[in-house]
Design a protein around this ligand. Sequence first.
Ligand code: ATP
Length: 236
Amino acid sequence: MRLEIEGLSVRYGAVQALEDVSLVVPSGTTTAIIGANGAGKSTFLKAVAGLVPPQGGRILVEGRDLAALTVEARHALGVVLCPEGRRLFPDLTVHENLLAGALRRKGRAAVAADIAAVYDRFPRLDERRGSLARNLSGGEQQMAAIGRALVGRPRLLLLDEPSLGLAPGMVRVMADAIRAIAAAGVTLLLVEQNARLALTLAATGHVLEAGRRVLSGDAAALIDDPRVRDAYLGGA
Ligand code: ATP
């Protein structure tokens, strides 16, 4: 699902979170947005998902302007956000949280098959299916959040900080899952403070600074770009 953003601006009161950002996410590719804390990365994904209203600009999927569409209508089209901080329902079980991802779907057999596929992808979640989300580890919560998003049948998956706060072994589990989702043909827009991880997974990267897109390019080239290395890869 091709995503095209033209001149997107978002403001929260006096804070200009995004200013005149344009970029394209080609269908069937993984694109990374990197940047420091507060650069506007989460706001960008929220605007695409319909959670924050733009002050200006256009958001198009497959050439269709999303402006008039609610969060629910965008979700029904396949624009699915997996939010930062996981945002699970803490008092529901893992299984109930996965089912919540399918609220707008009919066809119980297909939903059950998708949930089974999530358990295949993350066997640990299967073991924890009856546990309340509030009792999960950070890694388990992230698996459940991605699982819930997948049960929504995304065509464009907006992933906000999937590696945040995870131990290295769990980051690898997430990276493998993201590669598998991409290989299945889902268009991915990945926001990360872990720039190295994001640029390793993506074909193309964009750098946001203070709400503006300041640099874009081939992800492999960005990893080698001194401006990215010094600012976002610890100079390594
Ligand atoms: P982080 O990784 O910390 O989430 P980010 O790059 O995702 O950073 P955003 O969360 O998009 O950045 O925030 C961009 C700017 O907008 C920041 O200055 C932030 O303080 C501000 N901001 C975000 N949400 C709100 C809000 N609901 N009300 C007011 N200001 C906000």
